[in-house]
Design a protein around this ligand. Structure first.
Ligand code: 5CA
Length: 445
C-alpha cells in the first residue's frame, strides 16, 4: 500500500477524552473513530489489525478441532425466557421491539441460540463431542463504556460452545480451550495468564479468565509471581490427547492466580511471601464449564450408549477480539507510539522515502516495495512529499515493527537502512539484503 493513497487520518493532538494509552494511540493512529458512547467505526488501519487477530483466533480454534459458524446478532427474546436469562441479564441487554411488537434483543452472548440449534438437530451421543464457535459482534449496554475498545458497548468476540456426553468429556473440552487460548495469545505477542475466576452471568463453577498484566487493567489480580515465568513455547499439541491437555492445564493453573471476585486471604497463605503479587490485569478471554445448566432448562438431550436420554454437558469460551487490540497496545508501546508484535502488525514493514521525487530514491523505493510484495509481504510505502521528521513520526506512531529508510546518501553507497521499531537499532545493508532480512523475520513467525 502507498501511504499517499491510504486513508490514515492521524491526529497530531492527543484526544482529551482518552484516559489510557491504548485508547489515545488508537485514536491518534487513525485506527478507530467513536460513533457513539462505546461504539466505534474501524478505520482501515484498525480494521486490518482486527482481521489479523480474527485470523489467528480462527486458525487456532480450527487447529483444536472447533467448527466455525455464524449466528445472528438479533435474537428472539423467547429463547432467553426459556433459560431465565431474559430477566437475569438486566439492563446490560439491549432490548428491541419489531413492528409486530415482538421482543428481540441484540446478542450479548449466544448460549441460548446455540443450544436451540443443538436440540433441533442432535439426538444421539454418536454426534458428540461437538464444539462450534463464531466470531461475531456483541452488544452489552455497559453502564460505563470506557477506555475505547477495551470496554465497548459493541464489541467483537469469539464465542465457542462445547457439547459433550459426560462431565469428563466436557472437562477435556475445557482443557482443550485453555491450551488453544495459550497458543492464541502467544501468537499475538501477549502473555495472558489463566486465573481462576467467578462465573457471573454465564453460570457454573469452573471458570478461568485470561489476564494480561497492565497497570490500566480493570481487574484486580492476586497471584504467585511464578506464573509469570511459565511459557507455552512451540509445543506439539495433540488436541485429542486428554492426558496431554490436562497436563498443560495443570501446569498453567496449579500455581495461585485469581481475579478479584474470588480473591480471599488465601494468597497469603498459599504463596511464599516474596512471590505474592497484587496487580491489575486486562481480561482478554474466559472459559466456562457449566454442566447441564442450559441443556436442562432448554431440553438439549441425547440418547446415551445405554439408551438413556440425558442432558448434554456444556461449556462456553470467549475471546475479546476487539479488546485484545487495546491490550496489545497497553503491553507494547513507547512514548512515540505503538509497537506491533510481528504476528499482528497491520503492515509487515514501512518504507520511508527521504527524497520523494528524486529519480533514484523513487526507483529504489519502488524496487523494495515490489520486491517485498513479490515475497508475499505487505509493505506500507510512505511516498508522500513530506519531511523526514514527519514521516518517521507517522511510522513510529502506527508502530510497524520494521522500517526501511531510503535516502540519496545511502544509495550512493548502495545501502538502505533497516530499523527495528522495538529496539530503535538500525543497520545499513543493500536493498536486496534488507528484503531478504524482512522476509526471514516473518518466515519465522
Ligand atoms: N458466553 C461467554 C463465553 S463465550 C462470555 O460471554 N464470556 S465473557 O462475558 O467473559 O466475554 C468473553 C470476553 O469478551 C471477555 O473475556 C472479554 O475479553 C470480552 N468482553 C466482554 N465484555 C466486553 C466489553 N464490554 N468490551 C470489550 N470486550 C468485552
Amino acid at each position: 500500500m502507498r501511504l499517499s493513497r491510504y486513508f490514515l487520518p492521524v491526529l497530531k493532538e492527543t484526544p482529551s477524552e482518552a484516559q489510557i494509552v491504548s485508547h489515545r494511540l488508537m485514536l491518534r493512529a487513525g485506527m478507530i473513530k467513536q460513533s457513539s458512547a462505546g461504539i466505534y467505526s474501524w478505520l482501515p488501519l484498525g480494521f486490518k489489525v482486527l482481521r489479523k487477530l480474527e485470523n489467528i483466533v480462527h486458525e487456532e480454534q480450527q487447529r483444536a478441532g472447533h467448527m466455525p459458524m455464524l449466528m445472528p446478532t438479533i435474537q428472539s427474546a423467547d429463547l432467553w425466557r426459556e433459560s431465565g436469562r431474559y430477566d437475569a441479564f438486566g439492563a446490560e441487554m439491549l432490548r428491541i421491539k419489531d413492528r409486530h411488537d415482538r421482543d428481540l434483543l441484540f446478542t450479548p452472548t449466544a448460549e441460548e441460540l446455540i443450544t436451540d440449534i443443538f436440540r433441533a438437530h442432535v439426538g444421539s451421543y454418536k454426534d458428540l463431542p461437538l464444539t462450534m464457535y463464531q466470531i461475531q459482534w456483541k452488544f452489552r449496554d455497559e453502564i460505563r463504556p470506557r477506555f475505547g475498545v477495551m470496554r465497548g458497548r459493541e464489541f467483537y468476540m469469539k464465542d465457542g460452545y462445547n457439547f459433550d456426553l459426560t462431565k469428563e468429556d466436557a472437562l477435556h473440552a475445557y482443557n482443550r480451550h485453555l491450551v488453544s487460548y495459550l497458543r492464541t495469545y502467544e501468537r499475538m505477542g501477549l502473555k495472558a495468564i489463566p486465573m481462576r475466576a467467578d462465573s457471573g452471568a454465564m453460570g457454573g463453577d469452573n471458570t478461568h479468565e485470561f489476564l494480561v498484566l497492565a497497570e490500566t487493567g480493570e481487574s484486580e489480580v492476586f497471584y504467585d509471581n511464578a506464573v509469570t515465568e511459565l511459557s507455552f513455547g512451540d509445543r506439539e499439541i495433540d488436541y485429542d490427547d486428554v492426558a496431554q491437555c490436562a497436563g498443560v492445564m495443570d501446569e498453567f493453573t496449579n500455581l495461585y492466580a485469581r481475579t478479584d471476585e474470588t480473591h480471599d486471604a488465601a494468597l497469603f497463605e498459599a504463596v511464599p511471601e516474596e512471590r505474592r503479587r497484587v496487580a491489575r490485569g486486562i481480561e482478554v478471554g474466559q472459559i466456562f464449564y457449566f454442566g447441564t445448566k442450559y441443556s436442562e432448562a432448554m431440553g438439549a438431550t441425547v440418547q446415551g450408549p445405554d439408551g438413556k436420554v440425558v442432558p448434554v454437558h456444556m461449556g462456553s469460551h470467549g475471546i475479546g477480539v476487539s479488546r485484545l487490540m487495546g491490550a496489545i497496545i497497553e503491553a507494547s508501546h513507547d512514548d512515540k507510539g505503538i509497537i506491533w508484535p510481528e504476528g499482528v502488525t497491520p503492515f509487515h514493514c514501512g518504507i520511508v522515502n527521504l527524497r520523494q521525487g528524486d529519480v533514484e530514491a523513487d526507483a529504489a523505493c519502488l524496487a523494495l516495495y515490489e520486491g517485498l510484495k513479490a515475497l508475499g509481504l505487505d509493505p506500507l510505502y510512505d511516498d508522500r512529499k513530506e519531511g523526514a521528521g514527519s514521516k518517521f513520526a507517522t511510522m513510529d506512531l502506527i508502530g510497524l515493527p520494521w522500517r526501511i529508510t531510503v535516502g540519496p546518501r545511502g544509495l550512493k553507497n548502495g545501502v538502505v537502512e533497516l530499523t527495528s521499531r522495538r529496539t530503535g537499532e538500525s543497520e545499513e545493508l543493500p536493498p536486496e539484503e534488507a528484503i531478504k532480512r524482512v522476509a526471514e523475520i516473518y518466515a519465522a513467525i
